[in-house]
Design a protein around this ligand. Structure first.
Ligand SMILES: Cc1cc2nc3c(=O)[nH]c(=O)nc-3n(C[C@H](O)[C@H](O)[C@H](O)COP(=O)(O)OP(=O)(O)OC[C@H]3O[C@@H](n4cnc5c(N)ncnc54)[C@H](O)[C@@H]3O)c2cc1C
Length: 382
């Protein structure tokens, strides 16, 4: 059985290509319905694929070719012939004074909330961080009646110029960009700019912005701040050396769909070269360069700013350690409910630390999962 983990655009494309090759496929996703980040709430037809929704893969044994899942029926071990990991990405948050206040969201976070019912009509919103996602989010907020005060993009004009040049060679993206420009007409777009701090009276009331030497304050009801995406690749490390496991690199929806399709054909034993995929990868590389984070952002958190918001670990407590593992052991950074998914990438940017201590299970699991399966690898569990 071919198993696909993730029912976002990549996983859906992968499953459809496996079915096209007349092979059975099971798709596992931890959300209540398929769609992933971007097709959330849309009606998705997965044809003859078996779909296990509300089910999370928490560990992989590459040698035994099994995945351990937790779902509505409790823990299960499923065997695979090929495993496609289309687990997508999450937002990168960089800590700054006030980033944990009520009303300060991730840019994609507020997008997801609006898609699932948050009313923003009439709300003053500052959108900040980095990447084209900011435009998609700001456009959605404006269409829903929000007063988008400003988009603060950390990338500098010179870097954005290369992105604009690449857009000119990509008709679909150019059209999308033109649509955003139309929707966002009149909204200031500040480049080389970022939110330095947020302040609240119970709820965020204003943010402090900086653009070079210029500093100003913007009043707002919400701040939507995200610094791009980081891959959900925790599972990948459990089976990095297995030829039966195919990780799908993620990106924007077009790249994700093409990468997913390529993985589906590969899993089915019918790989197909795709010029479209090569083009999308080149565009993705330009995007990554254009929106690379400014090293000055490392000075955003102050000594008393929480970096690990689950365990209340401040920047000050992290300084002095030389690895994420050492910091984790001495401060509990990364040991809270999110298991380092938020502070890990932030610490990587701030200190250059890689978290090399990921062991199965990749998520907090029920005791039943630990005792009823062969989860323990080499006698270790985390
Ligand atoms: C908050 C946010 C907003 C975004 N908005 C846009 C946008 O507006 N436009 C755009 O082009 N791109 C957007 N992106 C980028 C977006 O991720 C891709 O465009 C697209 O969703 C990628 O598809 P994917 O299938 O690779 O990942 P996803 O759509 O993220 O799908 C991955 C799926 O795998 C599931 N999953 C992960 N781990 C497990 C596990 N262990 N067990 C079971 N299921 C698991 C996830 O819950 C998810 O449903 C956004 C990303 C984020 C994080």
């Amino acid at each position: 059985m071919i198993i696909v983990v993730g029912a976002g655009p990549a996983g859906i494309a992968a499953a459809r290509c496996v079915l096209e090759c007349n092979l059975p496929v099971t798709v596992i996703d931890d959300n209540p319905a398929p769609g992933g980040q971007i097709w959330r709430g849309e009606a998705i037809n997965l044809g003859a694929a078996q779909l296990l929704s509300g089910t999370r893969v928490v560990a992989i044994d590459g040698r035994a070719r099994t995945v351990l899942t937790e779902g509505p029926g409790g823990p299960r071990t499923l065997h695979f012939s090929k495993l496609i990991l289309a687990t997508g990405s999450r937002e990168l948050f960089l800590p700054f004074p006030g980033w944990t206040l009520p009303g300060v969201f991730g840019a994609g976070g507020i997008q997801a909330l609006v898609k699932t019912g948050l009313h923003v009509a009439g709300k003053r919103i500052v959108v900040a961080g980095s990447g084209p996602l900011l435009l998609a989010v700001a456009a959605l907020l404006r269409r829903r009646g929000a007063d988008v005060r400003l988009i603060a993009e950390q990338a500098r004009p010179a870097a954005l110029f290369s992105f604009a040049a690449a857009l000119l060679t990509n008709a679909a993206k150019l059209k999308e960009g033109a649509g955003f420009a139309w929707t966002l007409a009149g909204v200031p777009y500040a480049t080389g700019a970022w939110v330095e701090a947020a302040e609240a009276e119970g709820h965020v009331r204003h943010v402090h912005l900086r653009q070079g030497n210029r500093r100003w304050v913007e009043e707002c009801d919400y701040a939507a701040i995200g610094y791009g995406l980081v891959p959900n690749d925790e599972l990948h490390s459990f089976a990095a050396d297995s030829e039966h496991v195919i990780p799908v690199p993620t990106g924007d929806v077009d790249l994700a769909t093409l990468e997913g399709a390529a993985a589906g054909y590969e899993a089915a034993g019918q790989p197909r070269p795709s010029a479209k995929l090569e083009r999308a990868r080149r565009f993705g590389a330009v995007l990554a360069r254009a929106f690379a984070l400014d090293p000055e952002l490392r000075s955003l958190p102050k000594s008393d700013t929480f970096v690990c918001r689950c365990e209340d670990v401040t920047l000050e407590r992290l300084c002095g350690w030389d690895s994420f593992r050492a910091a984790k052991l001495h401060t509990r950074c990364g040991m809270g409910p999110c298991q380092g998914r938020i502070c890990g990438p932030a610490a990587r940017f701030l200190f250059g630390w890689q978290d090399t201590s990921i062991r199965p299970p990749a998520f907090p699991v029920r005791i039943a999962s630990l005792v009823t399966t062969t989860l323990a690898t080499n006698g270790e569990t985390s």
